[in-house]
Design a protein around this ligand. Structure first.
Ligand code: UT7
Length: 331
């Protein structure tokens, strides 16, 4: 067992594109209704980036805010770990584009592909880099333009997703200030990949006229099966992060779950033994922003005064892969 805490999450920053797509807008494009979407998902609107707003640009805005909050400049950054399911280009990584935009000359930079729990996977990787002596200050980013891989002719997925970015400074701590990442738990089950995936456009079926005609470069999802797996995996992840941190549900000040669906969030809170007034919910405003979801919720919770120095946070997420993960953090 590694001695903890040896890293803290020092700050968070976000970037949200101004464009908004409401449920009412979607009813003009699809056979759906505001009532159906709100009842089944809790989503009312989501933000959509402009074509000229890249994932790296959104990441840069979020990162600058996080760095400033933590009293750092881009020159202090030893590593950039960027989680995304929607890289701007397939080569090189969006993390390298972000490094260039930031002028973070000292850093190593790479992307990780872990879908919705990507921010938690990146946090775990950042902890590992710090523990291994690879650096002191790591920029952890979750950023998405899911609108570019969403099929707006498919009502079962088009209603769910939105764009946005979040960044956090994860840095070495002696633990003396009481803050720190008390546990992380990360898990995957690749057998479940066909329940939520993009069949075409990658190396197995490179982009072609056929891929575009079949719309197989867009996300496909078996919603009901994903829903069930999400409830089970988020429950396991909550239990495991608390067990590893040696804390009980009664000690958690705020649960910050992946914002995919209000019904999944409610089931997760119930399993964890937390009342909804100890759960951060903003799925109504952003929809599912995948790896940006947790930092967007965390940032809002800080802004609303629901996270203060000393707050004990439980973060949990699941997504395509399947992947799932969690963390207990003393803020
Ligand atoms: O980060 C991980 C990403 N994925 C998720 O989190 C998704 C997890 N799954 C879900 O959130 C839910 O399964 C959905 C919101 C996607 C769907 O809700 P559901 O309660 O599981 O509905 P369903 O798929 O069982 O569909 C129920 C009915 C179907 O009609 P029939 O077959 O009963 O006549 C669908 O065709 O609702 C229909 N339907 C819609 N109706 C109006 C599906 N999508 C829509 C829609 N508007 N947008």
């Amino acid at each position: 067992m590694i001695r903890r805490p040896f890293a803290e999450m020092a700050s968070v920053g976000v970037a949200v594109p101004p464009g908004i797509l409401t449920n009412h807008d979607l009813t003009r494009m699809l056979d759906t209704s505001d009532e159906w979407i709100v009842e089944r998902t809790g989503i009312r609107e989501r933000h959509i980036a402009r074509p000229d707003q890249s994932v790296a640009m959104l990441s840069c805005e979020a990162s600058m805010k996080a760095l400033e909050q933590a009293g750092h400049t881009p020159r202090d950054v030893d590593a950039i770990v960027l989680a995304t399911a929607t890289p701007d280009r397939l080569l090189p990584s969006t993390a390298c584009d972000l490094q260039a935009l930031l002028g973070a000359e000292k850093a190593m930079a790479f992307d990780i592909a872990a879908a919705c729990p990507g921010f938690l996977f990146a946090t775990g990787v950042a902890e590992g880099l710090i523990a291994a002596g690879q650096g002191e200050v790591v920029l952890v980013v979750g950023a998405e333009k899911l609108s570019t891989i969403t099929d707006f002719q498919d009502r079962s997925t088009a209603i769910l997703f939105g764009d946005g970015a979040g960044a956090a400074v994860v840095r070495r701590t002696s633990g003396a200030n009481g803050r720190g990442i008390l546990s992380t738990f990360l898990k995957s089950d690749g057998k479940l990949a066909p329940l939520l995936y993009r069949p075409g456009g990658g190396a197995m079926d490179p982009i072609s006229e056929k891929v575009v005609c079949e719309r197989s470069h867009y996300m496909k999802m078996a919603g009901r099966e994903v829903f069930k797996a999400a409830v089970l995996t988020m429950a396991e992840a909550c239990d495991e992060a608390m067990r590893r941190a040696g804390v009980s549900a009664g000690e958690i000040d705020l649960l910050i779950p992946h914002q995919a669906n209000i019904r999944i969030i409610e089931a997760t809170a119930k399993h964890a033994g937390l009342p909804m007034d100890k759960v951060m919910v903003n799925v109504d405003r952003y929809g599912n922003t995948s790896s940006a979801s947790i930092p967007l919720a965390l940032d809002q919770a800080i802004g609303e005064g629901r996270v203060k120095p000393g707050s004990l946070l439980l973060l949990v997420a699941f997504g395509a892969g399947f992947t799932w993960g969690s963390a207990v953090i003393r803020w």
